[in-house]
Design a protein around this ligand. Sequence first.
Ligand code: PLP
Length: 424
Amino acid sequence: MNAAKHFEKNPVTAQLLDRQDPLKEFRKEFHIPKRNNKEVIYFCGNSLGLQPKITSSKIDHELKKWAQKGVEGHFDEDPWVSHHHKGKTAMAHLVGAKTHEVVAMNNLTTNLHLLLASFYQPEGNRKKMIIEKGAFPSDYFAITSHMKQKGIAPDDHLIEITPDKNGYFSTEKICRTILDAGDALALVMLPGIQYYSGQFLDLKSITHAAHKVGAYAGFDLAHAAGNIPMTLHKDQVDFAAWCSYKYLNSGPGNVSGVFIHETHGNNSNFPRLAGWWGQNESIRFKMENNFDPIPGIDGWMLSNANIISSVAHLASLDMFEKANIHELRKKSVLLTGYLEYLLVNNASIKPHINILTPKKESERGCQLSLYFYDQGRLAFDHLTKNGVVLDWREPNVIRVAPVPMYNTFDEVEKFVGLLAQVFD
Ligand SMILES: *Cc1c(COP(=O)(O)O)cnc(C)c1O
């Protein structure tokens, strides 16, 4: 049963849910922004996650090391040259991968370009790509720029899957579009969680459909990583990338995570845009020109790691290891279910909103996207004025993301109370 339905049959207070929350201590590990000396209700972790208190000391540690050791920091007992090996176990747990299938490097859009350079290899009739209509602009720009660079017209070769009127993409429609494209299809690139509606797509079925017609399947997990557990390796997903500053709390613009399935990663002839950091570590510093890529995803690295910011990513990944993504997910289902329950059972609010995000828990993460039939902007301004941090999407959608790592049931209840005031 969906958690909201469960709460309808078994009413329970937010205070009790908070008391019973096994992860409640994690909130204390974060800086919660304040306004007028009062903690805000921060429901915007889908856009920029909060800062763990430990982060500044981790960065400070590296700054001190740089000050004291200079270049020798690259090769001391905790060498910067090996930095990219760290955090792999935690990343692998988040997305369901083997450690040699994941690495942190560059930024998200840069990585999408690198992945497209590898996986979009149009040949003969096989030139088409599939994306969702209303995709995040960066993803759309990345895909169409690869087409244009290869002299392929997006107008004729980009297939945009359209959602139903609520923004919902049915798996059946996605798979049918893939099968219809057949051997003209080179690549499917879709979101794990669609940023606007919050829908979690069926990665496994989409990947299987793509493979059936001989195409690759890749996913942008910007809104899925750290939000919902995944099984990329088992699902045979070809590639994926995500940013670390949304649910992964690593700080604005920080490093991106990348996944390439070992079937491709261990193939040293797989096409790629290469750099010296992807060179086999035993010969990297010989500075020769014969490229011998490190097996696995590391063979796609270009540059030595940005240590100062990457340690913020590691600090956050440590917390995910401690909390455990499956435990976070359990809380998330309750937290978002509680939000849904309070919204749909509130007589003042109900006539004014339509929840775009699917009701099925297997089809969503923590975010609910509220479509306002009227007075959306008024509601947004009222909530903002009263210390709730949310985001607004045109034409009249408020995305609400209660994050299990640091948000509480009490905040969910207060939020719904404030929203009801708009319509009372
Ligand atoms: C957040 C987000 C991005 C942002 O890309 P950056 O390269 O990190 O600036 C791109 N695509 C999607 C789907 C996103 O949600």
